[in-house]
Each structure stands twice: as structure tokens, then as C-alpha cells.
Design a protein around this ligand. Structure first.
Ligand SMILES: CC/C=C\C/C=C\C[C@@H](O)/C=C/C=C/C=C\[C@@H](O)CCCC(=O)O
Ligand SMILES: [Zn+2]
Length: 612
């Protein structure tokens, strides 16, 4: 299964592959470390095998054993984002097909890139500390020494000792709890993940958590302050799961829970198996953001069951997931709704391509990530260029039902495996063997290996978008005299999805007149301020919006909002210093990845805390 190489991993996965992890964590909130032991069950792929390399990042390794015997180990040279290879030499030699249990005793660093340790003051309840992880793309190695590549899949078992007033949850099925026999002030939670999965899907949260049942296989988890809101917001979960199963096949992970994190969680959602992580910015009581949950549910098939072999093939995870998410939208809402969302996605893609610059090779659907940190390469491109390609193929191959047949078959064929773009394409040609002539006319090189926008622009149905386009035109062309002509009904007739699209269209207008600021002030009295609105206000140099934009950028940490808001204020020359100052004041409380990437955006030196 695991062959070839991964530019993001030092691990020797062509020589051996991990089949199972047995993890023990002791969560130490005072020192902000995990005291840990992991036993890796490793299958040997070659004869005369006596050494292996694991990925680590900032781990303090104290001992390594192999089948219970002491093994020698050495740390290699530290790489800026790939971490430090852990070279292990076994006290014996093994042959192809044999297994060995390699046990590593270690401690994580307080600065582990996968972990954010929050003080009680940073939580909603203000009484207990909180810990959460985010391993995608290459951060698992900062909490587990492992083969940290999506090409290797393994099951896992874990036991986590935490102070007894706290609760631990993981990306696995809960397997009971008991008092810690070593310390009566602590409790041990146990977890099992019997479905093989890549290391980036290992996840842990420890905090004052509560849960509510929202369906026959679903609970929501969060601090008490969010839990009822979350149960309301995500009440459609079981309907979405059933819709996804009709489209893609059985849900194999047993439980599907959602955990709402504190506001600093850097993403809208993360598809951790059995336990989707979600930002509290979804709790807006408008169901505006339920497509994030449809997206994370879809990952149960595309990403978690069929996984990209390396991060260079990330579009296989995300493009198919967006495709499935929008098919769920089609079943639960309408085809017009799917078309509308697809059109919004095209705009997001234009936005990303513009931000990254049209000729940047990181806007290729299949980028070369040799010596590139995946966090730096992350954008809407794999999501929306990937979706656009799949939609284009859908049109060429005979429509949504026909193409969904291919997607379902691809999922069944590659389930429990990791795939490359080439393997996906070969299967596409096999599945549509009667339509190879049409497939041969697709400009594959332009779609996959060329920067910028795709070679074909899909013609989406504009029914739901027309109202947004008309209103955008009206606002863009307005003069001072027209200002009185804008009424509440202009925006009241738009759905929340249409409103987001309207703001997105407005944001793309290059020549912002000063009057737009006044128009936006009108909008402000009628609507809550989404981040796009604030970006628009700052771009149109409406000075009152600067403080609001910086407030939103720091009160929550979803990078999709925080980074563009900071960048927008930074680009407003007059407030550049204020953007940098605000970042420097808040960076210690930010998630490590968010603070690193925002620092780069604002050209702030990471070590000195001063502007470059
Ligand atoms: C070409 C890029 C290659 C690899 C990138 C892989 C991972 C990048 C890393 O930064 C982690 C990303 C995690 C994403 C999690 C969830 C997203 O779907 C959320 C999207 C944005 C949002 O809604 O907030
Ligand atoms: Zn995704």
C-alpha cells in the first residue's frame, strides 16, 4: 500500500509500515506537556530489516524498545517544518512480512505545533484549562513519533490520564473510563479506533466538556456554555449522514459526533474520525454554515476512507469532498442551490488565485511540495479547482447521477487506501471506458499542472445568483444622490447564502468609490457583520471598520477570517502599524499555526516580535 516517497516525511515507509498505535498520555496542564508512551506495531516490507526512521517534531525522547528489548536511537538534523528524524536501530534483524513492536517513551514540548494549551481565562467557562490538537497536515509528529505521512494507515488505541474534573475525547470510539490507579485526583479515558486511518486524523481534546445527544449515532460536545446552541445548530446531522450514505455507501466509522472548540480553533471544521471538530463561529442560529458539517461528514468517505497519498494530491481529498458536500446540498435543497454554491466556490477560487498571484505554481491543482510547508500552500485551490474539474467531467460524462456513480465506485475501490492523482485518473478512464475519446480531449496538463484559473469556466445556473448580481451592480454604480434609494427590502429578500455571495461579488469590484462606505454603513444597521463585510469596509477605506475588523480577527481565530482581516487592515497604509501592533499584542494567545502564518502575512519576524 505504502510505496514511493512523501516530500513531507522522513519516515522510512517503503521499508516498513505501521499497522497499529497504542498510546498512553498523561496530560500535564501545569507544564503544558504530554508525558507519553507509544507502542507502534510495524510490519516489515524487506529482508534484513534492522532500522527504521520515525517523524518527530520537538519531542524529548527518553527510551526506545523493540519487542521489549532496548533499542538504540539517535536524533537527526532538525528541519524547519518537517521536524527531526528519529533513527532507531533494532537489536535484531527481521525479514519481510514479520512484525515488531517499537515502544517510544517521550514528552511533547509546550510549543508543540499540533497543540494549543488554553488558560482557564481563554475558555467560555473561565474555570478550567483546555487542550486541543490539530494534526493536519504534518503536525501529528509533534504529539506522537510516527510515520507521519497520509500514505500509511493504522488503527489506534489510547488511554489518557487527565485531572478528574476534566473530560478527554479523541477521534475514536469511546471505550470507557476509570480512576487513575497512580493518582486519585485523575481519571483515565480509553479510546479505540478500529478503522485504519492516517496519522493526521489522530485528535484529542481535554476540557470541561459536556455533551447532548442529537441523533442515533451522534452527540455534540463542548463547554456547557455552547452545548445547547450546538445541539440546535447541528440538529440536521442525522439527515445529512443518511443523505451521504445514499450517495456514497455505508458510514463505516460507527459514531459521528461534533465537538465545538473554543474560538481560537483555526479552521471551520476538521474531519477527525468519529468526532468532527467545529469552530464556534458556526453557531450563528441561521444554519448559514451547515454546509461546513455537510463537508466534514463527506470526508468520512473522501479523505478519511480514501486518502491522498501525499499532500501534493490534497485535491483528491478536498475536491471530492466539496463535490459530495454539494451533492448533499442538491438532495436536501435543490439543484439550483448546488449551482449557486458552485458559483460561490468559483469566486473563492478567483480570490485565492489573486492572493497567491496567477503564475504561482502553488495554484496548480497538483503542486510540487518539495521543501514547501503544506500550511503555506493551503488555499481554496484544491477545494475549488478540484470541484471545478469534477463538475466539468460530470458535464462531459453525462450529468450528476452518472458522475456520482463514478465517485461512489472510486470510493469503494480505494476504501482504506491512499491514492495519487495518477491512480484516480487511471480509474476514471477505466470506469468511463466507452467515453475515452471525450476524456482524451480534456486538457489535463492545464487542469493539473498549470497555475492560475482552470482552462474551462463552467456555466452554472444563475437563478439564485441573479438577485445578488443585480444588487451588487446597483451598489457599485451608486452615486451620492442615490444613497437614499437603498431600502431594507434590498437585503431582506436575500437568503443568508445569497447575502454572502452578494458581499463576495462586491469584494471583487476593484474600484471602490468612497460612497460604498456609506452604503455599507446602511448594511451594518440591518445585518450582523460577517468577515467579508468587514474586509470590504476596510478595503473601501471606511475607517470606523478598522477597529471592528481587528476585533473580529482577534476574538476568534478561524484562519479563513483572521488572516484576510489582518491582511486587509495591513494593506490600508494608514492602519498598517496598528495591524502589526494588534497582532503582536495577541500572538501569544493565538493558535501556534495561526500566529505563524499571520506573522508571515504581516511580515513580522517570528523570533523578535518586530516588523521586518
Ligand atoms: C496544496 C496544499 C497542500 C496541502 C495542504 C494540507 C493541509 C494544510 C494544512 O494547513 C491544514 C489544513 C486543515 C484544514 C481543515 C479544514 C478545512 O477544510 C477548513 C477550510 C477553511 C475553513 O472553513 O475555515
Ligand atoms: Zn475538507
Amino acid at each position: 500500500m505504502a510505496s514511493g516517497s512523501d516530500p513531507g516525511s522522513f519516515s522510512s515507509f517503503s521499508k516498513c509500515v505501521t499497522k497499529h498505535l497504542n498510546l498512553s498520555y498523561h496530560v500535564d496542564f501545569e507544564r503544558r506537556v504530554l508525558k507519553a508512551k507509544v507502542a507502534l506495531t510495524v510490519e516489515v516490507l524487506e529482508d534484513h530489516f534492522s532500522s527504521l526512521t520515525l517523524d518527530t517534531r520537538d519531542l524529548k525522547i527518553s527510551a526506545v524498545t523493540a519487542n521489549g528489548q532496548e533499542a538504540t536511537f539517535a536524533m537527526g538534523t532538525k528541519h524547519s517544518f518537517k521536524g527531526t528524524p528519529l533513527e532507531i536501530t533494532l537489536p535484531f534483524s527481521l525479514s519481510r512480512g514479520q512484525h515488531v513492536i517499537v515502544e517510544v517513551s517521550y514528552e511533547t514540548a509546550p510549543t508543540a505545533s499540533a497543540l494549543q494549551w488554553l488558560t482557564a481565562e481563554q475558555t467560555a467557562g473561565k474555570t478550567h484549562p483546555y487542550l486541543f490538537s490539530q494534526c493536519q497536515a504534518n503536525h501529528c509528529r509533534s504529539m506522537v513519533p510516527c510515520q507521519d505521512t497520509p500514505s500509511v494507515k493504522h488503527t489506534y488505541y489510547a488511554q489518557v490520564s487527565v485531572p478528574k474534573e476534566l473530560v478527554a475525547v479523541m477521534s475514536a470510539v469511546r471505550d470507557g473510563q476509570e480512576p487513575d490507579p497512580q493518582d486519585s485526583s485523575r481519571i483515565i479515558y480509553r479510546f479505540r479506533q478500529p478503522v485504519p486511518m492516517p496519522s493526521y486524523l489522530i485528535a484529542i481534546v481535554v476540557g470541561a466538556l459536556e455533551s447532548r445527544e442529537i441523533g442515533p449515532r451522534s452527540r455534540v460536545w463542548s463547554e456547557r456554555e455552547y452545548v445547547d446552541k450546538a445541539a440546535f445548530e447541528f440538529s440536521e446531522t442525522e439527515t445529512m449522514l443518511k443523505t451521504a450514505e445514499e450517495l456514497a455507501g455505508p458510514y463505516v466509522w460507527g459514531q459521528y459526533d461534533i465537538l465545538v472548540l473554543p474560538p481560537s480553533f483555526p479552521y471551520g471544521g476538521m474531519e477527525n474520525p468519529c468526532l468532527t471538530f467545529a469552530t464556534p463561529t458556526l453557531l450563528v442560529r441561521t444554519q448559514r454554515q451547515v454546509s461546513v458539517i455537510a463537508h466534514e461528514i463527506s470526508h468520512s468517505w473522501t479523505g478519511n476512507l480514501v486518502t491522498n497519498k501525499t499532500w501534493e494530491h490534497f485535491w483528491l481529498n478536498e475536491g471530492h469532498t466539496v463535490y459530495l458536500e454539494r451533492m448533499i446540498g442538491r438532495s436536501m435543497e435543490s439543484e439550483q442551490y448546488r449551482q449557486f454554491k458552485a458559483m460561490g466556490g468559483w469566486k473563492d477560487l478567483q480570490d485565492s488565485v489573486r492572493t497567491y498571484l496567477t503564475k504561482n505554481p502553488l495554484t496548480n491543482l497538483v503542486p510540487n511540495l518539495h521543501e514547501v510547508d503544506p500550511d503555506d500552500a493551503f488555499s481554496s485551490v484544491p477545494y475549488e479547482k478540484g470541484f471545478a474539474l469534477l463538475y466539468h467531467l460530470e458535464e462531459l460524462m453525462g450529468g450528476p447521477e452518472v458522475f456520482m456513480g463514478f465517485v461512489k465506485s472510486y470510493i469503494q475501490l480505494f476504501a482504506y487506501n491512499s491514492v495519487t492523482t495518477e491512480e484516480w485518473k487511471n480509474y476514471l478512464f477505466t470506469y468511463f471506458k466507452d467515453k475515452v475519446d471525450i476524456l482524451n480531449k480534456v486538457d489535463w496538463n492545464a487542469w493539473m499542472h498549470t497555475p492560475g484559473m482552470p482552462p474551462v469556466k463552467p456555466q452554472y445556473d444563475t437563478t439564485l445568483a441573479d438577485a445578488c448580481i443585480a444588487l451588487c451592480k446597483k451598489w457599485v454604480m451608486a452615486t451620492e444622490q442615490d444613497l437614499g434609494g437603498f431600502t431594507e427590502s434590498d437585503v431582506k429578500t436575500l437568503s443568508s447564502h445569497q447575502l454572502i455571495e452578494f458581499l463576495s461579488l462586491l469584494l471583487q469590484e476593484k474600484a471602490m468609490e468612497a460612497t460604498v462606505g456609506t452604503l455599507l454603513a446602511f448594511l451594518n444597521t440591518h445585518l450582523p457583520p460577517p468577515s467579508r463585510w468587514l474586509r470590504l469596509c476596510v478595503r473601501s477605506k471606511w475607517e470606523d471598520a478598522v477597529a471592528l475588523a481587528l476585533k473580529m480577527a482577534t476574538e476568534q481565530g478561524r484562519m479563513k477570517f483572521t488572516r484576510p482581516l489582518f491582511r486587509e487592515v495591513y494593506n490600508f497604509e494608514k492602519y498598517r502599524e496598528e495591524a502589526v501592533r494588534t497582532f503582536q499584542t495577541h500572538r501569544a494567545a493565538m493558535h501556534p499555526v495561526t500566529s505563524g502564518l499571520t506573522g508571515k502575512d504581516l511580515k513580522v519576524d517570528p523570533s523578535q516580535s518586530t516588523s521586518l
